[in-house]
Structure formats: C-alpha cells, structure tokens
Design a protein. Sequence first.
Length: 241
Amino acid sequence: MLPTPSLREALSVHFEELLVESTGFLTLDATVSSEVSAAVTHYLLDQALRPPLPDDYLHLLIYRALRCLHQDPAAQAWAAERLPNHRDSLPVFDPSIWPGPVPLIVWQLFASRLVRPARTVTAEGRILWTLDFRRLKREQAGWMEISLLPGLHALLTQLAPAWDETGGRGLLGLRGLYAAGFAPTPRRRKKSAVRSAYAPLDAPAIHAYCRRVLSNLQTARGWPHTPDVLYLDLHAEKRKR
C-alpha cells in the first residue's frame, strides 16, 4: 500500500500542477514555481487553513507570492488570467497597502466589498479604508446593538495591520449610514426625521464607537497616531442642492 501523502505534500503538488497548467500565459522556471508553491503551502499551514478553500483566495495567494518574489510581469499575467473579477481589489495585496500575507477573514471582507481601500489625493496620499454599511443586510442580527458593536470591533481589529506601517496615520471612512438607516432621512415639509427600525443606533454612535476601538488599538499596537474616522455620505438635504 502506498503511503498517504501529507497535507503539505498534497498542497505543494496541487500548486505546482496549477502553475504548470498556466504555462500558456505564465513563464516561470522550475525554481520559481517551487518557491511559489512552498510559500503558499507554508502560509496555509501556518494559518491552520485546510482545503476546500475559495479558488479566488488561493489565486490571490499565488499572486502575492509572485509579487514577493519580484516576479511582477508573471504576477500581472496571473492576475489578468485568474483574477479578472478582482482587478479593483488587487492593490489591497500590494506591500505598500496591505503588509504581509492576507488572512482569509480579511480577504472575505474585501471580496464582499464591505471594506475597500483607495488612495486619497487631499490627505497626503494616505490610504482611505471605506467601511460600506450598504453591504450589510438589514434583516440580519448584526443590526442589533448587542451584535453589531462586537462585529465592528472584530472587523477593525482585523484591519489594524493596514495602519501599522504608518504608525496609525490613516483614514477610516463610513459610507452608507443614510442608506442603511443609521442616520435619519428628513421628510419633505416636516421637521421630524425617520430612522430605520432595524437600526437602534445612530450615525454619531457608530462614529464614536469606531473612534474608541481605534484609540484602544493605538495603545495596544503602539501607534503614535490614531486613524481619523470620516463620514463619506452627504446629508440627504445637501444632496438635493
């Protein structure tokens, strides 16, 4: 009876076969292919991640490994062929924006478009990380205060490495608070405002909570600065002007 291959061996073989199958658009020598396979395999085992895993996530790990090995033309060819639906999110995985390999949970945030990065022009080129509340479903339990706030805490904790390189200098933008019901939408010809029944908190409470979490992260991670928290939506009345 042949011995059962270990998980490390199985993963290495899988990634090397995947790279060999890509010779039509990817040019790599055997040494680079072996290094890419070893790097991705080591990361998955280090993170205690086992198959099955999303194909896009595995493809992004290979993209990242190619970039880290300075195989930029090969990385771009790989992205064009294997990641056509993630071109907008690829910069997230550049070393200048996201330090180090990408945990699965962070990748899932990017893939859902709940979190998106962009370089700002007016803020000295700093990265603006946008938290889009429009991506949340109102009927989910996450809209209750008892689970929404811990969820935000976990999300910001996962994003914290994004601000390590700048010592906490950065921006967190809150988008979709009006659309999601956390901010009141004024009615025409009436002074009263209507807030969604699904949102027991309001926009200032969400803003203040994010600032408290980031302040605690500043202390825990030794940042000299705290990321700024910005509203990215115009008030409903201002949008009409």
